[in-house]
Structure formats: C-alpha cells, structure tokens
Design a protein around this ligand. Structure first.
Ligand code: IPE
Ligand code: IPE
Ligand code: MG
Length: 261
C-alpha cells in the first residue's frame, strides 16, 4: 500500500488526472449529475494556522478545478453545496467573508463560465443574501442562462428540509385553491416543486473531508444516488480526485431495488 502511494505521488498530479480522464472515458458510464458537499475548508486552514476565511478562499480554486473536470468528463449537471441554511449560525465575520467570496468568485469567473458553456443556477433561500451578493448571483445566472454544456447548480442558503417544507406548502396551496386533488400528490408532484425540478437526480454524491453524513443536502433527490466519501479536505480536491470518484462510480452496480443483472 505504501509502495503504491509512493509511486502515485511521484507522478505529476496533472498527468495523473489526464490518465484517469482517459480511463473513465473508455469505461463509458459517466454520471450525468454529480453533487458535491464541499467540506473541510476550516480544517485545511487550521492545519496551516491560518484564519478560516483563508480556507474558504483556497476552496475557490477547487471549485474552478471541478468545474473544469466536469466539463472534460462530460458531466451534464454539477451541484455544489456552498453554504447551508444552518451555516447562517456561524460567526458574522465568517458569514461576511463567505458572502464576499461569492461575489468575488462570480466577478472572476463569469466570463470564463459563459465561454465554457456553463449555465449557472443558484438554489436556496436567496432572500437572506446581502444585496451585493444577490446582485452578483442575478448577474451570473442571467449572463449564462443560454448555455447548455454543463449546468452548475450552486446551493447557497440551502437546506433540504426547508426545500421540502416549501414544496409541501406549495402543494397545500394548490389543494386549497382547488387546482390539485390530494390523490394527485405523487413523487412527480413533489419533485416538480423542489429547486431541482428540472434536473435529474444525482447519480453520484461526493462528500469531502472524511465526514460520513449528508448534513441536510438533497434528501429527497439522493434516494438512489451512489455515495463517495473522500478523506481529502475541499481546498485539496481537484480534477484528479473528481476523476477518482467517477472511476469508483463506474464500478458500482446500481440496482434500484431490483435483483442484479
Ligand atoms: C465547508 O468547510 C464550507 C462551508 C460549510 C461553508 P467548513 O467551513 O465546514 O470546514 P470545516 O468542516 O470546519 O473543516
Ligand atoms: C455542509 O458542511 C454544508 C456545506 C458544505 C456547505 P457543514 O460543515 O456545514 O456540515 P456539518 O456541520 O459538519 O454537518
Ligand atoms: Mg464543515
């Protein structure tokens, strides 16, 4: 095992990523929708005796890399959990730093995302964003709306239970207005009222930083999603780690409750 690690680390990480990319393309089954819980920025900073916001800043580079990797691999939907509804409880300085980073990310990346064919959508309770962050979000969503190569869902101020509550209220309102019968409520009626209404469910969900939990992300949508828990802290996650997760995904047998083939 130690030998394997040594051999791997002697190879340039970029060429290793390209090798993996070639391998997963031959294999064929590219997940249409990859979702990622981007975790571990704080620990990454702490290990370096840096303030937490610097960990978040380094995490931006990883976002750039996985978007690039998703485009190269031919993933159609990439969902990134960037800020949860529960994260509003963090200290105001950290929340402020995250909002500023969101603005900075958009300002820096918007033209490249547009040129690369990425359609950006921002999903969550956006009423809580600062006015400047809300303007940045509106800009990137508007300027990339016509793109079709990759849909990048940024989940900000998002909680899956809150999303379900919102959907249930919408259903109740339709029933109260007489446009929906209780017997019409089925999986599709619920899915149609989620932020992800026009996305297929994730095929692969990655969580970084070694935590083995879902932390209120896409609870409805991941019913049959393949899970990949990576020990890597988010700022160190890159194309190579994304491709490794996809290679692992390609060896899974998805049964959806049926017997194996
Ligand atoms: C993930 O990193 C980013 C957000 C949740 C905003 P964390 O900030 O949760 O980092 P850790 O988990 O404390 O290391
Ligand atoms: C999940 O990470 C949310 C995001 C990555 C945005 P957290 O760090 O907030 O989750 P817990 O607190 O470890 O469950
Ligand atoms: Mg965390």
């Amino acid at each position: 095992m130690r030998l394997v690690t040594a051999a791997r680390s002697s190879v340039h990480p970029e060429s290793l990523a390209d090798e993996l990319l070639a391998r997963l393309r031959v294999h064929g089954a590219i997940p249409r929708h990859v979702a990622i819980i981007m975790d571990g920025n704080g620990r990454w900073a702490r290990e370096r005796l840096l303030p937490r916001p610097l960990g978040h800043r380094s995490g931006m580079k990883a976002v750039r890399e996985v978007v690039e990797g998703a485009l190269q691999a031919g993933v159609e939907y990439l969902s990134l959990f960037a800020f949860s509804q529960e994260n509003w409880q963090r200290p105001a300085t950290e929340v402020g730093a995250l909002m500023s980073l969101l603005e900075e990310y958009i300002a820096r990346e918007v033209s490249e995302l547009r040129e690369q064919g990425v359609r950006v959508r921002v999903l969550g309770d956006l009423s809580r964003l600062t006015p400047a962050a809300a303007r940045a979000v509106e800009r990137v969503v508007g300027e990339t709306a016509a793109n079709e190569k990759l849909t990048l869902n940024l989940f900000i101020s998002y909680g899956s239970r809150a999303e379900l509550v919102r959907a249930m209220r919408a259903l109740a309102e339709d029933v109260a207005a007489g446009v929906l019968a209780p017997s019409d409520i089925d999986d599709a009626a619920i899915a149609a009222r989620l932020y992800t209404a026009d996305c297929p469910d994730p095929d692969l969900l990655i969580r970084t930083s070694g935590e083995l939990r879902i932390s209120n992300f896409l609870l409805w949508q991941i019913a049959y999603t393949e899970l990949f828990m990576s020990p890597v802290l988010w700022p160190d996650f890159g194309r190579r780690e994304l491709f490794e997760a996809i290679v692992a995904y390609q060896s899974r047998e998805r049964r959806f409750g049926r017997v194996s083939a």
